[in-house]
Design a protein around this ligand. Sequence first.
Ligand code: G6P
Ligand code: MN
Length: 445
Amino acid sequence: MRLTILGGGGFRVPLVYGALLGDHAEGRVTRLVLHDVDAARLRAIARVLAEQAAGVPDAPEVTWTTDLDEALRGADFVFSAIRVGGLEGRADDERVALAEGVLGQETVGAGGIAYGLRTVPVAVDIARRVARLAPDAWVINFTNPAGLVTEAMAHHLGDRVIGICDSPVGLGRRIARVLGADPGEAWIDYVGLNHLGWVRGLRIAGRDELPRLLADPALLGSFEEGRLFGADWLRSLGAVPNEYLHYYYFNREAVDAYRRAERTRGAFLHDQQARFYAGTRDPEVSALTLWDRTRAEREATYMAENREAAGAGEREADDLSGGYEKVALALMRAIARDERATLILNVRNRGTLSPLDAEAVIEVPCLVDANGAHPVSVDPLPAHATGLVCAVKAVEREVLAAARSGSRARAVAAFALHPLVDSVTVARRLVDGYTAVHPGLGYLG
Ligand code: G6P
Ligand code: MN
């Protein structure tokens, strides 16, 4: 089994390799091909992987290349985990929005739209190449904004592209734990778009335990989302939102906290990772030790401003590692070995959420086997959630239309129609601001 990782010089690749090293079963990945546009980053990550593999007799063989077509040929699975414009681009996405007084964040609001506008053309090019060079491969998309990018790729790959995120499974795990249940035994009733979903129920042996959580202030105060959103608001919603909904429900506080912060998340990570990649050039240094130290620091500071703004305290130490790699591996296993699994994934709606059309990519529990991922039918969302999901999907469609046509008007519409951008004038200035800093947006005439 051959896996190709696009964005193979990326900082999270050792997490994926670590998961692969723990898989000794039949049908596992035996060959890993890393692709990146930056050879120096590939060299650094290859060093980390070599240290990880030391002493593991059946470690997957690793090769790397900067030639995309060569990387795709012969792949059984393709993980797409690219970051168009790098962390510098992310920092610009955040900064330009905050300068206009609106949320500057990697995937949500104006920052997410700018990131989407940059990324969609590149993702579409990849999808076209996969369709030509590896038509039987399954594409697992980690590239953010994951729902939007998966939808763009699905136009060329159909149901062969599946988007993943670690946040729904992490949320389900935290809720199960606080209820004293085994996360592996729980059915998590979660649905929405990527980074825009709600846990409406958590069934253990057929019984919904979420009402017990919502009724108990002590329990609500004892886990992260409980503190982040507050017991009263969770009770009003009757559901537990994905942590990214903090940017919607507490937008003003989030924007204030981000504007007060010394630097944006992207700028912090940019500096931190520059140090890591530079550090790996010293042959005396253990690249793995350096990577591990950097990873721990990154995880410990994840969404810290939000937690601080909400008085939510730190994320529990045992819940730090997101679990991307686990979702990815579980998905590959279910497909490659036809082992049925239920996973929350980004797939085409078909008829699951009736207010959205069949092509809209949504995030929903899916039954996975050798035939791919099939969304399970879920209860409809309440009106307030349907409203947000439809508004944000309409924005995503404007991004896709702008990327397809190169139309600046469509790009303005994407920003202007977003619930977290409060004026068409601001939307116009955002397009000006982003096209000025991002060479990748030159296509917007
Ligand atoms: C979670 C989300 C990802 C996102 C990441 C940002 O894992 O699911 O989609 O990219 O957080 O974390 P970072 O450490 O880069 O701020
Ligand atoms: Mn995510």
